[in-house]
Design a protein around this ligand. Structure first.
Ligand SMILES: [Zn+2]
Length: 520
């Protein structure tokens, strides 16, 4: 007999339906599976057969055919085990087909008939809810993440046998049931503040006030930042503390981020939600694929795992030039697009780049007592960061070594909490300013909308025009300074941008007297 179960899979960070069809017909006893399957799915046959048997059901001595459609998209993973088992049981008339109406099923099966958690549940459930599914059946351990989707019934199961009892007789042993709602979701979402945890504090760092102000401005407007300075000046310490001063996630950001982590299998011990902006620091030996994502069935890379948060590259010139260059495209488009046979996979990659570098290969320049690097070595080192990458970095800080008076100072400067307050209020201004638009931060303002949102007063405009003509700032540099000045005015809690904001923006953009080099 023929039966059909709706399941689903991820496609990029989106979802899609997969129909699981089974048919039992007379013939040699065998289980055959078709539908463009990766070997991980082909193995499902054996798992399902054993799990069904160990759940107390006897498979008929007939030919069982399982088809997963659509046939042109490659299917991967163990997510289809449970729907395949349910479809077979329906073909055996142990489950009535009408009990499966408008219901999506997914989950992996263990040999004993236990239902195991799978990756990528949130994107699939979110997609299913938007496309008419009223009820999902999934592993108990995936309930938390699925619970973030509004207006859907979620049935969490631990054993295949219990699921059959539930569907046919309404038995609730080992079954968890919730009906989600926007109200419930808001409650879960609002809990996130408390779960953020305690981190190292900005006030632990002696001195370096200008560097701290730079990172605060960067965090407020999501501006890329490069810190250059001698070894031991505290660059990595500051970078590691940036997540603690970043503004909270909006619901949409939280949903997007949680989907990425769900697909990547990094959600398991995170109670179903990513509540904090991520901080990713891939090692300088990282490959292009590790950084931007890829694979036969594409997976997100570090740039996507850093979405809505920070991608920290320490010792930037140590990374392969090719690897640094592959950041150009996501820095511009804020997403990664990977094409595969019959499908295009899109992953968000809207990260804030925080990079650190030494001033020279040995790290001591300009202290010539310690640094013996030649000018040529120093230039070659710095030139590893190409102009197009450099141009996309709004804040370039030169970090001075810590001075004795700073170490011995008893006053500690701003704490992370104080900085975060300023960042949050600058964030509020931006959320209000861009309330009609899809972007959230000043740095994300498209160039063609700049005049609409950023107006300089007479003196600020004059100052910037002067610099523009005198120092040959690139057109892109000019726009970037304006956006940075907008964030600085936001941090200073005012709507009009004043000359001092423009001046500070130029200081942080760190334009040398030689001006900016030409496009390379
Ligand atoms: Zn040196």
């Amino acid at each position: 007999m023929y039966s059909e179960v709706i399941s689903g899979m991820t496609l990029g960070i989106g979802g899609m339906f997969v129909r699981v069809e089974t048919d039992i017909s007379p013939g040699l006893p065998m289980l055959s599976m078709v539908g463009y399957l990766a070997s991980s799915v082909k193995e499902a046959g054996e798992r399902v057969r054993t799990a069904v048997k160990n759940s107390g059901f006897i498979l008929p001595a007939s030919r069982i055919t399982v088809n997963l459609s659509p046939a042109d998209i490659r299917k991967d993973g163990a997510i289809f085990d449970l729907p395949i088992a349910v479809a077979i049981l329906a073909s055996m008339q142990l489950i009535h087909q009408e009990k499966l109406k408008d219901t999506l099923i997914l989950g992996e099966l263990g040999l004993s008939g236990d239902v195991k958690a799978v990756d990528g549940v949130l994107p699939v459930v979110h997609y299913a809810q938007k496309n008419g599914i009223r009820r999902v059946i999934l592993p108990l351990d995936n309930m938390d993440e699925a619970g973030f989707v509004d207006d859907i019934e979620i049935i969490g199961v631990k054993w295949l046998g219990d699921l059959v009892g539930f569907l046919e007789k309404g038995e609730k042993d080992n079954i968890r049931y919730i009906k989600t709602s926007p109200y419930r979701r808001k409650e879960i979402f609002d809990e996130r503040e408390g779960a953020a945890g305690i981190e190292e504090d900005m006030s632990d760092i002696c001195g370096q006030e200008s560097m701290k102000r730079g990172v605060m401005i960067a965090a407020a407007g999501f501006h890329n930042i490069l810190m250059s300075g001698a070894a031991g000046s505290g660059k990595s310490m500051i970078a590691g503390r940036i997540p603690g001063i970043m503004p909270g996630l909006t619901y949409e950001e939280c949903l997007e981020l949680t989907k990425i982590y769900s697909i990547s299998g990094l959600l398991r011990d995170k109670d179903g939600l990513i509540r904090k902006r991520p901080f990713r620091s891939p090692h300088h030996t990282a490959t292009e694929i590790a950084l931007i994502g890829g694979g036969v069935v594409p997976r997100p890379g570090e740039v996507s795992l850093a979405d809505c948060g920070i991608l920290f590259l320490d010792e930037l010139p140590e990374y392969k030039k090719k690897v640094i260059e592959c950041l150009r495209q996501p820095m511009e488009d804020r997403k990664i697009l990977i094409s595969r046979h019959h499908a295009a996979y899109e992953f968000p990659a809207d990260f804030m780049l925080v990079a650190a570098m030494n001033p020279c290969p040995c790290g001591h320049y300009p202290d010539r007592r310690l640094c013996r690097c030649t000018d040529r070595e120093i230039n070659a080192y710095r030139n590893k960061i190409s102009y197009p990458i450099m141009d996309r970095i709004d804040i370039r800080l030169e970090v001075k070594p810590v001075e004795y008076k700073d170490i011995s100072k008893t006053s500690k400067g701003m704490t992370s909490a104080e900085m975060r307050d300023k960042v949050e209020s600058a964030r509020e201004r931006q959320l209000y300013r861009y309330r009609e638009d899809s972007f959230l931060f000043n740095s994300r303002l498209p160039q063609n909308r700049l005049e609409e949102f950023i107006k300089l007063t007479g003196e600020g405009e004059r100052l910037l025009r002067n610099e523009f003509e005198k120092k040959k700032i690139s057109a892109r540099g000019y726009f970037r300074i304006k956006k940075l000045a907008r964030t600085i005015a936001d941090i200073n809690d005012r709507e009009d941008i004043q000359a001092e904001d423009v001046f500070e923006a130029m200081f942080f953009r760190n334009i040398s007297d030689k001006g900016e080099e030409n496009d390379g």
